[in-house]
Write a new protein. Structure first.
Lengths: 502, 502
């Protein structure tokens, strides 16, 4: 009989000193061992004399541990436990797979279809419950969420808990994390985990009136280590160093961002995914740096996806290809049709895209920051796309061409081992051949209406044999470039799926 | 009493030798003079012993002329004529104005709204008449058209006339232009002129099965000079050195293209507009070269318009932001909505765009190459945009921001002396303030539906006062950035027009 399941959390709680400032003064770690393996795991102070070490076993069987601390009461504590089979649906943390893609630790492919609710864990508890309720059926498997509350247009309310305690002088004391705030945050990370939703945790962001932006470098570093100690044992954690880090460069210069990455490397024994998200489109972080596991960017110009992907050579997530909505900030008001279009373009050019909703609300309860309910029309189409791809995608999609390739600079197309997709987007050819199979064979060719969410067999026709031309590069030699063609209804926002007949 | 009107054609016809090959062997020019001005004008051989010199007077009053030739029968012919007031609607040739724009010689602003019918003058006469009939009401004021016929998908028919004569050996003789072909071509240029439509004459293109691509450099040079001699007196002539010159670089290297420009400079006394159009988006000609009057490109990525405009520092025409239609080539099947959208983006980022239609037709009579009838839905909206801009634009539109400016990287906006336009495109804010007048005043603010072609007064609201933020660059200081705002219906493809109340 096992004590916990693989990839769940083993938690060791110890009583120790409550005097002074344990956050600054007491060190605690534990060495977890199984056979020849030893894993050093940092612990943390949870207030009221309670110290915690959390560990997520990544393999089955017996594990032993022994603590070490600057305080004797917390030192040399030993024990053991047995990790059993993972719970149903638990596949472990998500890792990079096949260079440009992701998979869970157990090898199950993971295609990120994320949304954004920056400050949802700082809203009233009822609203938080509603957010989880929405997420339970919306079809997203990742959410971007900040540790700190947000001070921004439509975000003027105070958070449920201060992230750091208010000191005797009425000022926030950035040497005293508020356990209430972190417990609430990790409770929600746990609930997301139970919904199979990855928590893409945003560690810093610029939108602040509480002073979190002005913490010293030392305080920042300690906070990052503390987060890792508290949260790394949650298998669904991703680290996003910042939302829009470039708007913080005046107070946190570039070398400091690099340092945060290193602190995570030092304190997260599981090597959770790590990235950092820009504001200005010209200010992408240098994602080629070795400590960045995958690329996060914000950019509306989604046809460039192959450039970013190839340039960084890592999985690419465009978290903010603008939001569906109607608020006045220019990034927050594209139509649902446009967002769904940008998802298809991004995915079929080898990247991943992020969802967000920013519709005006009488009480400023806007999904993108506070959660609540979804009011738009894109999320269903994104869930449809996810379901569609999960049917066939194994290694991850490889785009058929680069940003300047013919004709995939205009249309978008990608393939995996046994499937190919072509998305025509704003294009509406009445007939099509390019990109269809070169060999005759028993293929299933389906026409997909990305908005109506219909999948119907495409009408096959003989391949187009273009009139040969003297020059020009478009069509040469009067030979078809595939074994057959399809007739299309001649309207935009359609896609083709080609796969071997079952 | 005048003999001809200003900017019309004075034509001198002379009889001379018909033996040998006058095209190669006989030189002819005339010196036209008025007061201290002297203008050297090349003549040309029109077959059957007839030699012609054409001249377009750009100023009123008496002009004298005297011919010079390598043949005595054509030399020393003198005469005079009087140029009177320009005909109604005749404003002279179009020139560059205000660095990024165009105006007729008499100062009337000219905003190019062109279309493309590459080979319309090579179609049967009935179809040519139909094309002119369509053009007479479609609202275009420029057309791209080739001197040579076109060999291409959907373009397999033989031309009405061979452009060069078939010799005794059954081969085309590129030393013998066919006067019939050129007369037909210039007749149609004249009819376009009478419809106030500029003829953007494409001198070379790669889509050929008749051997026109393989003429020698010497033959090319002679042909360019001949075109200038025949056609430069038509006030509505523009020179486009090529459609997709880069697909011809294997037979016509770059220095040859430069040379063609120089030959036009030497043989076109009026300095008609000159440019050259690329195929591959990475192969723009270096339009900063001094002999290029304006930039012609083909590129679907129209939000980059400010980059190209600023980079070349000249008027920019994106002749092919892809075509409305449904044919299979990837450049020929965007929706009407998308083309209209791209027109608005291009215009409101300081450039000009070109129209084309490529709908499948049972007899392959496709507007883009053969003319005929328009079958699409974009042309009416483009005519609407033209009419709208012509109401107020005087100097030409200056974009409110560059490709990376906030928020005009996402929306598009431009202004002239007494008008400003904002196009929201795929964006659908429910309220808007940015870009509206900074000062309270008596403004007329209209909401434009670019597809429905409606213009209605916009609902004014107090300016938006965003919550101030610690960082972030979007909104600072809690001050509105304009004196008032507008409420919008929250759907895409809308624009605002702001101008002083009449």
């Amino acid at each position: 009989m096992s004590d916990i399941a693989q990839w769940d959390i083993f938690e060791l709680r110890l009583d120790g000193p409550a005097d002074g400032n344990p956050y600054l003064e007491v060190s605690l770690s534990a060495r977890f061992a199984q056979g020849d393996r030893e894993i050093m795991v940092p612990g943390f102070y949870d207030g009221e004399g309670v110290y915690i070490v959390r560990f997520m076993p990544d393999s089955l069987g017996e594990w032993t541990y022994e603590t070490a601390s600057s305080v004797s009461a917390l030192s040399g504590k030993t024990g053991s436990f047995t990790a059993g089979e993972a719970a149903p649906g638990a596949h472990g943390p998500v890792k990079v797979a096949n260079q440009f893609h992701f998979a869970y630790a157990d090898g199950t492919p993971y295609l990120p279809f994320g949304t954004t609710c920056y400050a949802w864990t700082h809203q009233p508890l009822g609203l938080q419950a509603e957010t989880l309720e929405t997420l339970s059926t919306a079809g997203f498997n990742k959410i971007r969420m900040g540790v700190f509350p947000k001070d921004y247009p439509f975000n003027t309310n105070e958070p449920l808990y201060d992230v750091f305690e208010i000191g005797a002088n009425g000022q926030r004391d950035f040497d005293k994390p508020n356990p209430m705030a972190f417990r609430q945050f990790e409770t929600q990370v746990g609930k997301l985990r139970d919904l199979s939703i990855e928590a893409d945790i945003i560690i810093f962001h610029p939108y602040d009136r509480w002073g979190y932006c002005e913490m010293s470098a030392e305080q920042d570093n300690r906070y990052v280590a503390y987060l890792a100690a508290r949260l790394a044992a949650y298998r669904n954690v991703w680290w996003s160093l910042a939302n829009e880090y470039d708007f913080l460069l005046d107070v946190k210069p570039m070398e400091q961002w690099d340092r945060y990455f290193h602190i995570l490397e030092e304190n997260d024994p599981y090597g959770h995914l790590k990235s950092i998200h820009n504001g200005d489109v010209r200010m992408n972080y240098d994602h080629t740096k070795p400590w960045v596991t995958h690329v996060c960017i914000q950019n509306w110009d989604v046809k460039k996806t192959p450039d970013w992907r190839d340039g960084y050579g890592k999985p690419l997530i465009n978290d903010e290809p603008e939001y569906e909505g109607n608020i006045f900030p220019a990034w927050g008001n594209i139509s649902a049709q446009e967002l769904v279009h940008r998802f298809w373009i991004t995915l079929l050019r080898g990247g991943y895209a992020g969802h967000g909703e920013t519709f005006e609300h009488p009480e400023d309860i806007i999904w993108w920051a506070k959660g609540g309910k979804l009011h738009g029309e894109a999320w269903q189409r994104i869930a449809f796309l996810r379901k569609l791809l999960e049917e066939d995608v194994t290694l991850g999609l490889t785009p058929l061409g680069g940003t300047n390739s013919w004709p995939w600079s205009r249309m978008s197309a990608a393939e995996d081992e046994a499937v190919r997709y072509i998305y025509f987007g704003e294009h509406q050819p009445a007939q099509w051949t390019t990109g269809l199979p070169a060999e005759e064979g028993d293929y299933e060719v389906d026409l997909i209406d990305i908005w109506e969410m219909t999948i119907t067999p495409a009408e096959r026709i003989p391949p187009l044999v273009p009139h040969p031309t003297r020059h020009g590069g478009i069509v040469r030699g009067g030979k078809p470039d595939a074994a057959f063609g399809v007739r299309l209804p001649g309207r935009p926002h359609l896609a083709l799926r080609i796969r071997p007949a079952k």
